[in-house]
Write a protein that binds this ligand. Structure first.
Ligand SMILES: [Mn+2]
Length: 387
């Protein structure tokens, strides 16, 4: 008996990305709904009958009704796939909650809300044991009931749960972000304890293998600059009660990545060019958080600015941090201030602040910015365009 399904989780539909530029936040919001269709394509391609979503389907119980409707419509587009949705800490199953609102929209029969901790038949001989969350902080392991769940002998038992598992030497696997840190601890050996062929977990937004048959799928569409490995779904084949084959499949539209470099000239950015090329074949789909540090002259600082502008135009988003990139005016930089010894004194004082490791980072960043402004004004006064 073989059952094939897609394991996904942490869709966070409706997430607003309010701190990002307007147009971008709209695109990222839309990409999360589009992920449903991409997952359907993956399911069809892998001949998977079910998509199991391990919690946090919705970012908030207050998701707009039209977005609930949008979710239903996306799933209704694929009547041959059964979508099984588990309530997580962002969208717990409680009276008056998001799942009741969803039911009032009369979703099609291929949308299954797994909001009851009771065996649910997926296919002949295959039973799902879901561990829905009924509150943000349930205070106990919601998967514990799986161990005592009675199923006929030979049944393939598949678990579906949302929360963190303690990882050897690392503590709980919570991802520490606003959207993944549920504070709910699940037994890491739940699959073994409860005779599960596979345990599909959500909460951790990166893809992570806990045991050969216990995995976090991660979110299919990244939602932040990651410290983990988001942007995949898992195609799972279970052949009998004891064995699961798991394949990690790329599902994201946008790649979020972090990079950092310490530079002394804009030429050093060539290494970042290569890093960007390695991160994504499609720069327009890349959101890059870049932290630059080091010391550069005024002229090099201008070149760094031009480099940033070029990549801002080519990438989906360049979020560049220049706080730790200090200006070191050269003799020729200082020559620009030759008409005013007072300005040279000011410039030297600012350089001394940026040089002083005992001064806090904010003050040093402010001194650096003041230097850039100072030279900008000097260039303007000399009739040159400001850098
Ligand atoms: Mn989550």
């Amino acid at each position: 008996m073989t059952v094939r399904f897609i394991h996904s989780g942490d869709w966070h539909l409706g997430k607003s990305f309010g701190t990002l530029p307007d147009g971008l936040s709209g695109e990222l919001r839309a990409a999360r709904f589009d992920a449903i269709s991409r997952i359907a394509d993956i399911a069809i391609h892998r001949a998977a009958s079910h998509v199991l979503v391990a919690g946090d389907v919705f970012d908030s119980p207050d998701i707009a009704r039209v977005d609930l409707r949008r979710t239903v419509e996306r799933m209704a587009d694929h009547p041959n796939i059964v979508w099984v949705l588990l309530p997580g800490n962002h969208d717990p199953a409680r009276s008056g909650g998001v799942w009741q609102r969803l039911r009032r929209l009369e979703p099609p029969p291929n949308l299954v809300i797994a909001d009851d901790a009771a065996p649910l038949d997926l296919a002949p001989g295959v039973t799902l044991l879901p561990a829905p969350l009924t509150s943000k902080f349930p205070g106990q392991d919601p998967s514990a009931w799986m161990t005592g769940a009675v199923t006929p002998p030979g049944t393939v038992r598949i678990g579906l749960a949302h929360g963190s598992v303690p990882i050897f030497g690392q503590g709980p696997s919570s991802d520490g972000g606003n959207d993944g840190d549920s504070g709910i601890t699940l037994a890491a050996d739940r699959a073994a304890q409860s005779g599960l062929a596979y345990l599909a977990l959500g909460d951790w937004h990166g893809t992570k293998r806990i045991t050969p048959n216990t995995w976090y799928s991660g979110t299919p569409e990244p939602d932040r600059f990651p410290d983990n490995d988001p942007g995949h779904v898992l195609a799972v084949s279970v052949n009998g009660p004891g064995h699961a084959d798991v394949e990690k499949i790329h599902s994201r539209a946008f790649t979020w990545a972090k990079a950092s470099a310490t530079i002394t000239s804009a030429d050093d950015l060539a290494a970042i060019d290569q890093t960007i090329a390695a991160m994504s074949k499609t720069p327009r789909a890349l959101l890059l958080n870049l932290a630059l540090a080091g010391n550069v002259s005024m002229a090099e600082h201008e070149r760094v600015g031009a480099w940033c502008e070029r990549w801002s135009a080519r990438l989906k988003w360049l979020d560049v941090g220049l706080d730790r990139l200090a200006i070191r005016p050269t003799t020729s930089d200082l020559d620009q201030l030759a008409g005013s010894p007072a300005l040279i004194t000011v410039a030297r004082r600012l350089v001394a602040i940026t040089d002083d490791a005992t001064v806090d980072d904010n003050k040093r960043a402010a001194a650096s910015l003041a230097l850039i402004r100072l030279f900008g004004f000097a260039a303007e006064a000399a009739g040159e365009p400001a850098p």
